[in-house]
Design a protein around this ligand. Structure first.
Ligand SMILES: [Zn+2]
Length: 473
């Protein structure tokens, strides 16, 4: 599909935005800004989830790469940065601006993404299951390293110039380490606020989302636009589940996201331990990525909220208590399968769509003593969603395995603000934007949030379709 054409012979080149991803879906964030003759891409994410979405990663680029002048990244999640190595492979050599935290996370996740692409291609070639002959990776580890060389750090609240007479600032978004929203000033003095993903208020570890004050245009995520997170007591729930496992000498399996969720779990467990509410039991963080990410959470002080600062000043990392063991190599990971509880295993992926959690599930999900604790959103088509919806069996490595474990779900740990928090964040704008675009949400969530914004704030809201272009006059 081609992006819309410019409006002919008007006096000035228009400012415009085209939504090349995360339009009526939650992955593949890629928003192209036209700033006169210059082009800036905000976020460069992979499409993830069901096959028809993942295939979009193979579509020809909907814009001219030679005419792309800069990239701005809001945060380090794969659905916001995972397509960068593909652009590097196709020849992009311009600057990529991001916060120091995002750069650190990209350094661990992008090469890993490249390795997975290469392994997948190799697998398809050796099994004859490729649809391309022979299978080629979307990008390689070497492409990822090329992309990493283009990353340029911009601190929160620091001004950075962009091509086309524009400039921008990052402000904390409270979502994951390094997460920011970008406030981009056009040459004509108008602003567009690109929310990236907005986090939550009053959570441990990260600072709250910073309040935006003015923006003529707003692009805002809507992941939980139709939901209000339950006011559950996360710590109390973790205490109850871990105590039960301790008494039953059982295992608690926690499919978790390496970045953010894992650190918050460790934080809560450490607090419980400090308060004398938890018996001692080993907590295995069985994920090289989560292990690396945890070290980054310790390192990047600019993201720490007050409580974490206090802990760190006392020389205590709340993520590395004596109960926590980081499992790096895969042979140790396999040994965990045969160990008796009580124990906790935190492993990715968070939606059970791959990763080490799969072999833990294979060995333990049939056991009624096991607790499987979900820590967040389970997308359609994932094993996590299937289990949560009550499937009786799962298929792992071709084997049918009955699901008898106790299933629990913690909603509190979501890194995304719910619809109240999104409204709270937007309400800090002192004047209504001319237009608010909703991205990064399933259609029902977007419709619900649109209705709330129109009713409660009285703003004009647009839900753009994929590749839809809007001028920003
Ligand atoms: Zn995110």
């Amino acid at each position: 599909m081609t992006p819309g054409t410019a409006s002919g012979h008007t006096h000035a080149m228009p400012q415009a935005i085209t939504f090349h991803g995360a339009a009526e879906t939650v992955t593949g964030s890629r928003h192209l800004l036209e700033l006169g003759k210059k082009r800036v891409l905000v976020d460069c994410g992979l499409f993830q989830g069901p096959r028809e979405l993942r295939e979009k990663n193979w579509d020809p680029l909907p814009f001219d790469l030679d005419r792309l002048d800069a990239i701005v990244l809001t945060h380090g999640h794969t659905d916001h940065i995972g397509y960068l190595p593909r652009l590097a492979r196709l020849g992009y050599r311009g600057p990529i601006y991001c916060t120091p935290g995002t750069k650190s996370l990209a350094k661990i996740s992008l090469p890993d993404g490249g390795r997975i692409q290469e392994e997948d291609a190799k697998y398809h070639n050796s099994h004859g299951t490729s649809r391309h002959q022979p299978a080629v990776p979307l990008f390689t580890e070497a492409d990822a390293r090329k992309a990493l060389k283009l990353l340029k750090e911009v601190n929160y609240f620091e001004w950075q110039e962009l091509p086309g007479g524009a400039s921008f600032q990052f402000k904390p978004a409270g979502h994951i380490l390094g997460s920011a929203f970008a406030e981009i000033f056009f040459k004509d003095g108008q602003r567009i606020i690109m929310s990236g993903d907005i986090g939550r208020y009053n959570r441990p570890i990260l600072k709250d989302p910073y309040a935006p004050d003015f923006g003529e245009y707003l692009v805002v995520e809507s992941t939980y636009g139709d939901r209000v997170h339950a006011q559950e007591d996360a710590k109390g729930m973790i205490e109850r589940i871990l105590r039960r496992a301790f008494n039953d000498r059982a295992c608690v399996l926690i499919p978790s996201f390496a970045i953010g969720r894992t650190q918050e779990l460790l934080w809560h467990m450490n607090e419980l331990k400090k308060e004398g509410r938890l018996p001692s039991m080993p907590i295995y963080v069985d994920s090289p990525m989560a292990t690396a990410a945890t070290l980054l959470y310790v390192k990047h002080k600019e993201d720490h909220d007050k409580e974490l600062k206090i802990d760190m000043e006392r020389g205590q990392s709340p993520f590395e208590s004596h109960m926590v063991r980081f499992v790096r190599d895969s042979s140790m990971s396999k040994q965990l399968n045969h160990m008796k509880g009580p124990m906790v295993v935190i492993a990715g992926s968070g939606m059970c769509s791959g990763g080490r959690i799969i072999h833990h599930l294979k060995h333990r999900i049939h056991d009624p003593a096991t607790t499987l604790l979900f820590t967040g959103y389970q997308a359609k088509g994932t094993m996590g969603r299937e289990i949560l919806e009550g499937t009786e069996d799962v298929y792992i490595h071709g084997q049918q395995i009955p699901v008898r474990a106790q299933i629990e779900k913690l909603n509190m740990l979501s890194a995304h603000g719910d619809s109240n928090e999104l409204i709270q964040w937007m309400s800090s704008l002192k004047e209504p934007p001319k237009k608010t675009f909703l991205v990064h949400g399933e259609p029902h969530a977007q419709e619900a949030l649109k209705a709330r914004i129109e009713k409660e704030l009285g703003w004009t809201v647009v839900i753009p379709k994929l590749h839809e272009r809007h001028e920003l006059p």
